[in-house]
Design a protein around this ligand. Structure first.
Ligand code: GLN
Length: 389
């Protein structure tokens, strides 16, 4: 057989998705890959049922069905404090996974550098490799996961083409403050750099923290490529609906990249999702209350068991400290956890540039009963997982 491309050899399969397969194999409560086990809003499902009988079965316009883009522009204009043009400033993509990839391919040339904060969502590593870019990692320091301004500026001095900003952040749950965003904005301006955001958890933020759209900072619209999706906001991760919002010249190029990557997102799903995009403020308030309850329930359960953990300000992930078990490999620990305790988690090492082996990631986007079941199982963790000497 001829050899395969070098680029495919430079990254592994997704550890997050692999942990879902391992969880399923052992019948574990799967708190690894972040997706809900509760239903999407009824109104979306009802509309989806109707749409199957309507005329939405052929390609939509490649950069997104007009109805969807208009509803999205209305919603995001309200939130981002700027009138977004649905024709020239939006591309609808197959999830934010495609949005991020298309954004990277739109702004970088092979060999360009891109700043990535560590810990980071594993896709960014693969995105840089697939687009031929080279990551410069800047650490976020626990417990608040703050960055060091000098370290960030040192990265900017290497003349990166873009910085990737996941806010609220997966996996550490950080919500960047206005002051932190101002620092990033100042450096992006000084070194003439794009900022590619991943804001899929924009509506999952815990009081008193608040999500601030990077594009809404003074002067930042022109250099920000905002990526997000409907997956987490409406509990429809399988619908694969995401988007890029950016200035017209960026979108013009991104439309071409997107068109040749996927042609377009699923037309019937775009139409059904319009119902969600038109929800009033109440929906988002309730979503926040629902996730706050889950977060508090789960954190209390972990505290009762006595495992130390991060406290998320946003998103729905918790990093647990497993140092006491003395495992050299967090991947082996997660396999043991799925098999012997019956809970699926993601090894922390798949999110860190640094050599980190003592953290695992769990998520709490699950029904309360699922979370209680996971906590019941975790209660016996010290009996079921022997300490390694
Ligand atoms: N973003 C989710 C996570 O971090 C889901 C990842 C995925 O599989 N697309 O778990």
């Amino acid at each position: 057989m001829p050899t395969l491309s070098k680029r495919t050899q430079n990254f592994t399969d997704s550890v997050i998705r692999r942990m879902t397969r391992i969880s399923n194999q052992y019948g574990a409560v799967n708190l690894s890959q972040g997706f809900p086990d509760f239903e999407p809003p009824r109104e979306l499902l009802d509309r989806l049922a109707q749409v199957t009988r309507e005329d939405f079965h052929q390609y939509s316009i490649t950069w997104g069905a007009r109805n969807f883009r208009e509803a999205l522009a209305a919603k995001q204009s309200r939130l981002m404090g700027r009138s977004i043009n649905p024709d020239s400033e939006i591309v609808v993509t197959c999830g934010s996974t495609e949005a991020m990839m298309a954004a990277m391919m739109t702004v970088t040339n092979p060999g360009d550098k891109v700043i990535v904060f560590s810990p980071f969502y594993e896709n960014y590593g693969a995105d840089t490799i697939l687009s031929g870019a080279e990551p410069i990692y800047v650490p976020l320091y626990p417990p608040e996961f703050n960055f060091n301004i000098d370290e960030l500026e040192a990265a900017f001095k290497q003349h990166p083409k873009a910085l990737i900003l996941c806010n609220p952040s997966n996996p550490c749950g950080k919500v960047f403050t206005y002051d932190e965003l101002k620092v990033i904005a100042g450096l992006a301006e000084k070194y003439d750099t794009f900022v590619i955001t991943d804001e899929v958890y924009e509506h999952i933020v815990y009081k008193p923290y608040q999500h601030i759209y990077f594009a809404s900072l003074p002067g930042m619209w022109d250099r920000t490529i905002s990526c997000s999706s409907l997956s987490k906001t409406y509990s429809i991760t399988g619908w694969r609906l995401g988007y890029i919002i950016a200035p017209e010249p960026v979108i013009e190029a991104a439309k071409k990249v997107h068109d040749f990557l996927t042609v377009g997102a699923a037309a019937p799903l775009q139409e059904a999702a319009v119902t969600g995009l038109r929800f009033g403020e109440d929906y988002y308030t309730e979503l926040q209350a629902k996730y706050t309850e889950k977060r508090d329930l789960f954190l209390k359960g972990l505290d009762d068991i006595g495992i130390s953990h991060t406290i998320p300000q946003g998103a729905y992930y918790i990093l647990l400290d497993i140092s006491e078990f003395g495992y050299a490999s967090d991947l082996t620990f997660c396999e043991t956890l799925a098999r012997d305790v019956g809970v699926g988690a993601v090894p922390g090492s798949s999110f860190f540039r640094e050599d980190v082996n003592h953290l695992i990631r769990l998520h709490f986007a699950k029904k309360n009963e699922t979370l209680y079941e996971a906590l019941n199982r975790l209660e016996h963790i010290r009996k079921k997982i022997a300490k390694q000497s």
